[in-house]
Design a protein around this ligand. Structure first.
Ligand code: GUN
Length: 294
C-alpha cells in the first residue's frame, strides 16, 4: 500500500508557487492577491478560511479576509461581491460555503466575476471545465487530479466510482475523471443517496472517490483488492482525549480498507492540504491572466 501524501505534495506545490512569487517580486511585479469572504461563525468554515489565508502568507501572496455576521442579507453580500469584482488589486476571491439560509447560494456564485472565480464554481467556469476548455478547476477536484498525477496512478480504462454528487466535489470529479487525457480516460459511475446496491458497484471499482461526510462509511468488504481510495471526508467527531475536543475523520474505514488498497489518502493529511495548495495555484493563474489582459 502506498500512502498518497497530500501534506508532502501540497508542500512541494507551495514551494513551487513561492519560487514563482519570489521571481515576480524580484521583477517588481504585483504579487497575487486572494480575498476570502466568510459569512457567519461556523467553526469548521472559520478554520478552513483561516488556513487559506495563512497559506497565502506562506507563499508570499497578499490576502484579505472579509468576515460578515451570520445575519448578513443577500443584498449586503452581493454588494460586497460587487466591490471585490471591481477592486483591481484583487486577483481572485472565494465565498466560503455553506452560506446562511437567508442567502441564495446560486445567486451569489453567479455574481462573482468569472475571471476572479478561483473556486471555479461560476456556471461559466463549470461549463468550460465540462467542455475541456481552459478555466479554474474547483480546488478539491483539482487537488485530487494533482495527487493522482504526481503519484503516476493509472486512470485510463479504469472504473472510477465517485460517492456523492455535491457541486463542490462529486459532480466535478465525475466529469474530470472521464475527460480525455491523464488523469482521466476513466469509466465513471456517479453514486448518491438514491443509488441501489452500492456495494455491488463499489466492489467493481478500480478507483473510489468518497465525498460524503459520513465517518467510516466505506468498509473493507465494499472494496476489491488493489483498489485506489481517495477520501474527501473531513467530519469533526467528538473526542475528549484530544486538546480540541474533536478529531477529523474521513469517509473511509482507513484501518481495514488500507490493508486491501494499492493507494490510499489519509485523513487528515490527504486531500485537505491539496485543496488549499490548488486554490493558491488558481490564484496565481488568475494573476497571470489579469497581467495579460492589461
Ligand atoms: N466549502 C467546502 N469546500 C469549499 C471550497 O472548496 N470552496 C468554498 N468556497 N467553500 C467550500
Amino acid at each position: 500500500m502506498i500512502l498518497l501524501d497530500g501534506k508532502k505534495i501540497s508542500e512541494d506545490i507551495k514551494n513551487e508557487i513561492a519560487a514563482e512569487v519570489a521571481m515576480m517580486k524580484a521583477n517588481g511585479e504585483k504579487v497575487p492577491h486572494l480575498a476570502a469572504v466568510i459569512v457567519g461563525n461556523d467553526g469548521a468554515s472559520l478554520t478552513y478560511v483561516g488556513s487559506k489565508v495563512k497559506a497565502c502568507e506562506r507563499v508570499g501572496f497578499e490576502s484579505t479576509l472579509v468576515k460578515m455576521p451570520s445575519t448578513t442579507s443577500e443584498t449586503e453580500l452581493l454588494k460586497k461581491i460587487k466591490e471585490l469584482n471591481e477592486n483591481d488589486d484583487i486577483d481572485g476571491f472565494i465565498v466560503q460555503l455553506p452560506l446562511p439560509k437567508q442567502i441564495d447560494t446560486q445567486k451569489v456564485l453567479m455574481a462573482i466575476d468569472p475571471s476572479k472565480d478561483v473556486d471555479g464554481f461560476h456556471p461559466e467556469n463549470f461549463g468550460k471545465m465540462a467542455l475541456d476548455m481552459s478555466t479554474f478547476i474547483p480546488a478539491t477536484p483539482f487537488g485530487i487530479l494533482e495527487l493522482l498525477e504526481r503519484y503516476n496512478v493509472e486512470t485510463q480504462g479504469k472504473h472510477t466510482v465517485v460517492i456523492g454528487r455535491s457541486h463542490i466535489v462529486g459532480r466535478p470529479m465525475s466529469i474530470l475523471m472521464g475527460r480525455k487525457g491523464f488523469p482521466g480516460n476513466s469509466t465513471v459511475t456517479l453514486t448518491h443517496s438514491h443509488t441501489k446496491n452500492i456495494n455491488q458497484i463499489t466492489t467493481q471499482a478500480d478507483i473510489i472517490i468518497t465525498a460524503l461526510g459520513v465517518p467510516n462509511y466505506l468498509k473493507a468488504e465494499m472494496v476489491k483488492d488493489d483498489v485506489v481510495v481517495i477520501d474527501v471526508g473531513i467530519t469533526r467527531v467528538a473526542d475528549e482525549t484530544t486538546e480540541k475536543g474533536y478529531r477529523i475523520t474521513g469517509d473511509v474505514d482507513f484501518e481495514n480498507v488500507s490493508k486491501k488498497a494499492s493507494y490510499i489518502t489519509p485523513v487528515p493529511g490527504g486531500v485537505g492540504p491539496m485543496t488549499i495548495a490548488m486554490l493558491l495555484k488558481n490564484t496565481l493563474l488568475a494573476r497571470e491572466r489579469r497581467k495579460l489582459m492589461k
